[in-house]
Design a binder for this molecule. Sequence first.
Ligand code: SF4
Length: 171
Amino acid sequence: MEKSKIYEEGLENYPKATVVLTNVLLLLWFGFAAYGMSALKFAGLPVVSIGYLLFALVMLGFVLRKHLCTQCYYYDKWCGSGWGKLSSCLFRYKSGNYEIGLKLAGVTWGLLTIIPVIAIPLAMFMYGDFLISGGISLTGFLVIMAMNQFGRKTGCSQCKMRYICGASAAR
Ligand code: SF4
């Protein structure tokens, strides 16, 4: 890690309230997305929602924790999402590849954003009786996404990694 670029004024550990709020917002994100796509079924199963949630769990719960968090200042500390602590429970320090992690993070969050934005209107178009439920889910998803973007700027401005992290919203 490039010690010289660490933002010394950044938080050593984020408040637990921030960690809880970040994860509640993410649960709402995945909740609105999964429900909004639940009308898209195969053999009676909401396959798009199931696939979406499994992808999110594997990538956010494991792959990115391995490649990003094991190389991060907040490894085994409380960052804004608390995932530095999760990573230290799962993987050894520096056992991942930060460059791969950054590339995968961009693709992951891109897909987790664009899939519901396409699939929910598609579900509303295909199933007339899902129009209102789909509309509420899409609105909720877009509101949470906007709050997340706004929250990221504030969170990144307090982060020790703000000048190192390729996904920083406060360079
Ligand atoms: S700030 Fe990001 S990369 Fe660092 S530990 Fe937290 S989630 Fe992982």
